[in-house]
Write a protein that binds this ligand. Structure first.
Ligand code: HEM
Length: 379
């Protein structure tokens, strides 16, 4: 998409797309404004009868403020830190088979299962339920097709309603278990969280569960896959990282900028908004194109260069303002551990296919469907 972003930014950083009647914003300044000015750019983008209207990410203040405070009670640095030993263990475990074999499908064998296990663990669900979580997450991701309209959107909506019933029953059982017998997991904390005498309702918890299955899974999957893809494409940067593994945190920030896992979000204007010489009318759907903002040459010197030492790196990959991603520390941790373990154990890797990588099927996320690799460990 990057050449198209460049053209759009040069020609008109605010672009009206008539077929879907949506306004797209392509430059860093404009995207940051759309994310930051939450009174002008509302996050209530789904119809009120739709279950997704209860998701934190699609609410405005004051409901957003209260819901976010409740969730943050549970989503503490300590709760995230507690996951670290498991993430280490799983990263190693997932690499054992591939290293013995000498090959791996990076997406299916590492980038998908790791974040999925983390979410299952946060909810204290047994690991044998992983395939169900995976299916649910795929159905939720397909919802992004609502923009495309037609049969695809209809099917996505129907499947979502079906799995929502299933998830509701599943979650109700887990919640009942936690109420009866609290444990050391995020779900227990969420169930017990209280702000000003208020607690999360079962419906709030279902919304959060669904949101995490999409926001917390596919995104981190793409961060891990995109990181490997960037390093494959830039061997000199890989050599630098191998020579100085301390650069890993900066390298991850650069992957977030260079190949942003979330390419766009959605907003609705609450009034007429003048922006870059145009006026977006009130009540219009807006797409702040994060992936494009992160390649804006007016913000980033040499914006199309992948540079693992880039610092400062004020990318917008996790959003900006009141909706800033609450999973940012967790996904950074997952990426740091997974990539750290990968680089430590895999001494050599290369793409095991001549076909160019194929992007994942969803409108707003960005990453390869498959990344077949030849891998070699220490002699
Ligand atoms: C919000 C990106 C991982 C949970 C957001 C937003 C972005 C984003 C751009 C802002 C949405 C908006 O402004 O409308 C990412 C990326 C990730 C990632 C790129 C990984 C590389 C995670 C993880 C979790 C998570 C691991 C949880 C386990 C959330 C939640 C929100 C959010 C709950 C909504 C916050 C709110 O509305 O106040 N994320 N995310 N995300 N993210 Fe993430």
């Amino acid at each position: 998409p990057y050449p198209a972003y460049d053209r759009a930014r040069d020609v008109s950083p605010v672009l009206h797309e008539p077929s879907a009647d949506v306004w797209m914003i392509f430059d860093h300044e404009g995207v940051k404004r759309a994310l930051h000015e939450h009174e002008t750019f509302s996050s209530v983008v789904s119809p009120p009868d739709n279950k997704t209207s209860r998701w934190l990410v699609f609410t405005d203040a004051p409901r957003h403020t209260k819901l976010r405070a409740l969730i943050m009670r549970a989503f503490t640095p300590r709760a995230v830190g507690n996951l670290e030993p498991r993430i280490q263990e799983w990263s190693h475990q997932l690499l054992d088979g591939p290293l013995e074999r000498g090959s791996m499908e990076l997406v299916e064998e590492l980038a998908v299962p790791l974040p999925l296990r983390v979410i299952t663990q946060m909810f204290g669900a047994p690991q044998e339920d992983l395939p169900r979580f995976k299916h649910w997450s795929e159905v939720i991701m397909a919802l992004s097709y609502f923009l495309a309209g037609g049969a695809e959107a209809e099917r996505a909506g129907r499947e979502f309603r079906e799995v929502t019933d299933e998830m509701q029953a599943y979650l109700a059982e887990l919640i009942a278990q936690r109420r009866a017998e609290p444990r050391e997991d995020l779900l227990t904390q969420l169930v017990a969280a209280e702000v000003d005498g208020e607690r999360l309702t079962e419906e709030d918890l279902l919304g959060f569960f669904q949101l995490l299955l999409s926001a917390g899974h596919e995104t981190t999957t793409n961060l891990i896959s995109n990181a490997l893809l960037c390093l494959l494409e830039h061997p000199e940067q890989l050599a630098r990282l191998r020579a100085d593994p301390g650069l890993l945190p900066l390298a991850i920030e650069e992957v977030l900028r260079y190949r942003s896992p979330v390419q766009t979000m959605f907003r609705v204007t609450t009034r007429d908004v003048p922006l870059h010489g145009q006026v977006i009318p009130a009540g219009k759907l807006v797409m702040p194109m994060i992936g494009s903002a992160n390649r804006d040459p007016r913000k980033f010197p040499d914006a199309h260069r992948f540079d693992i030492t880039r610092d400062p790196n004020s990318h917008l990959a996790f959003g900006h303002g009141i909706h800033f991603c609450i999973g940012a520390p967790l996904s950074r941790l997952e990426a740091r551990i997974a990539l750290g373990v990968f680089l430590e154990r895999v001494k050599h890797f290369e793409l095991a296919s001549d076909t160019p990588w194929e992007p994942r099927r969803a409108i707003h996320v960005h990453g390869p469907v498959r990344l077949p690799l030849r891998v070699a460990g220490a002699e």
